[in-house]
Design a protein. Structure first.
Length: 117
């Protein structure tokens, strides 16, 4: 799995009264990291169908160093400072994964299309 990327699947619960503010901050963060961070190849935010205040984040990084750099970045710290009081509970790490398909080459080829939101 030398050509594998590192993925993360996270979940957060948001207080209902902060839902839109959370989404505004989170979508802005996702757009920023995808466009400005060369080591992030996917950043998706999904809403739970049964609970509109539960959100899932799927992220793909080149490697563990890229993950750590992201968590230590000003973009992440600013986002966390903004949304911390909006959350019900902690950020839940559901899974850490290694990619099988697409390959790293495939993720790199797809990245430009992510910037067309």
């Amino acid at each position: 799995m030398q050509d594998a990327m590192l993925g993360g699947f996270l979940a957060v619960n948001v207080k209902p009264e902060h839902r839109q503010s959370f989404l505004d901050a989170s979508i802005f963060k996702a757009q920023t990291v995808v466009s400005e961070d060369a080591e992030i190849f996917q950043f998706q935010i999904m809403m739970d169908e049964a609970n509109p205040n539960r959100f899932y984040f799927y992220q793909v990084f080149t490697d563990e160093t890229a993950v750590q750099d992201h968590w230590e970045s000003e973009t992440f710290k600013n986002w966390l400072n903004t949304v911390q009081t909006m959350l019900e509970g902690e950020i839940e790490i559901i899974a850490r994964m290694r990619s099988l398909f697409p390959t790293a080459k495939g993720f790199k080829a797809q990245k430009p299309s992510l910037l067309q939101w």
